[in-house]
Write a protein that binds this ligand. Structure first.
Ligand SMILES: NC(=O)c1ccc[n+]([C@@H]2O[C@H](COP(=O)([O-])OP(=O)(O)OC[C@H]3O[C@@H](n4cnc5c(N)ncnc54)[C@H](OP(=O)(O)O)[C@@H]3O)[C@@H](O)[C@H]2O)c1
Length: 323
């Protein structure tokens, strides 16, 4: 079978496709033939080993796991003798977390890991593409704040993977959503349900005097110090990007103020809440309550090009690699 092998940190060229021995499932495992995997912003940071403190979790001098990739959709080809919850032929979507391994034609996963059945009418590309952004956004909207009907929510980075999912989820929860993006993405975020759109390239956000219950800075470009003037007295600034300044505010400032800053590494939560969110996202995708925004689909052979594109920081929604 073919798999990406990355022996070191670096630019997309470190991702080399090699022939490796095909995997055989253990008694508690399923063997999945992967049909599509996602190239997430986080996976490009993991490839580079940056920020450096992240290496505490993925390997100090080189990656602990040689085959990257955290999200996938595929078909179960074989199951171990003890597996009761899946059968060969089942179409599934799965997340591997820090164990990675999704940039390969096959993967073996324990049947009690984050694997759910894929809705039939959802494509493998949509099924993998939704996972990172939507599961992250949902985790913030359930664990860090509770979004209630009528609340005013501002989403910065609204055209990215987390942003496009966050707009749709906040609307599902009944919020009034203001999306911040650049000119070229205004139509996209409006189509996803944003009530108001502010163009950050035209100072529309910088000149905004409105206040919000929640500001979700999905790309970590605003900073708490700038955003707090637009927070209601008990408003919350959420970010999935842990900068040094965010850490300092979180430790030394916001414990003593009413306007909070909250960060979470959602992929490092316990299995139970992650599975709960994964099932909810799968069901919302199946019922059409949310959709996957796919910017580009690359063939597996062009995984370096896919990474280089995600490195630009300009993707709209999600980038997927198809096998
Ligand atoms: N903590 C966690 O659990 C967790 C989980 C997943 C991801 N993350 C992190 O979250 C971050 C976002 O991930 P993502 O996949 O959603 O990002 P992404 O899809 O790569 O974001 C790209 C989008 O951001 C927009 N953008 C770029 N600069 C902007 C700015 N100054 N203001 C507003 N929008 C801007 C771009 O639009 P334009 O081209 O129009 O500017 C583009 O559409 C990454 O740093 C990722 O590592 C954290």
């Amino acid at each position: 079978m073919r798999a990406v092998i990355a022996e070191r940190y670096g630019k997309p060229e470190v991702l080399q496709i090699k022939n490796v021995e095909k995997l055989t499932p253990k008694s508690n495992e399923v063997l999945i033939k992967i049909k599509a995997t996602s190239i997430t912003a986080a996976s490009t940071f993991m490839r580079e080993g940056k920020p450096y403190f992240g290496r505490l979790f993925v390997g100090l001098t080189k990656p602990n796991v040689k085959t990257p990739g955290t999200d996938l959709s595929g078909v179960i080809e074989a199951v171990g003798s003890d597996v009761k919850n899946f059968n060969a032929g089942d179409q599934v979507m799965a997340q591997t977390g820090l164990n990675c391994g999704a940039y390969a034609e096959y993967i073996c996963l324990s049947s009690d890991e984050l694997i759910v059945k894929k809705p039939e009418k959802v494509s493998h590309e949509e099924a993998t593409g939704i996972q990172d952004g939507a599961c992250t956004a949902l985790a913030f909207f359930t664990d860090q704040v509770k979004i209630n009907a009528g609340q005013k929510v501002l989403i910065n980075g609204a055209s990215g993977s987390i942003g496009t999912a966050a707009i749709q989820l906040a609307k599902q929860f009944g919020a009034e959503v203001t999306a911040v993006c650049s000119t070229k993405n205004k139509a996209l975020v409006k189509d996803l349900g944003a009530d108001n759109v502010l163009d950050y390239t035209k100072s529309e956000w910088q000149n905004c005097s409105e206040t919000f219950d929640v500001i979700f800075d999905t790309v970590g470009k605003l900073s708490y110090s700038k955003a707090k003037r637009n927070l209601n007295p008990k408003g919350v600034y959420l970010t999935p990007v842990l900068t040094l300044s965010a850490l300092m505010y979180m430790l030394f400032v916001t414990p003593f103020t009413k306007k909070k800053l909250k960060f979470a590494a959602t992929g490092m939560r316990k299995h139970e809440p992650r599975m709960r969110d994964f099932i909810q996202i799968r069901d919302m995708l199946a019922s059409g309550k949310i959709t996957t925004i796919i910017d580009r689909v690359y063939p597996f052979e062009q995984i370096q090009e896919a990474h280089a594109y995600v490195d630009t920081g300009r993707k709209r929604g999600n980038v997927v690699v198809r096998f």
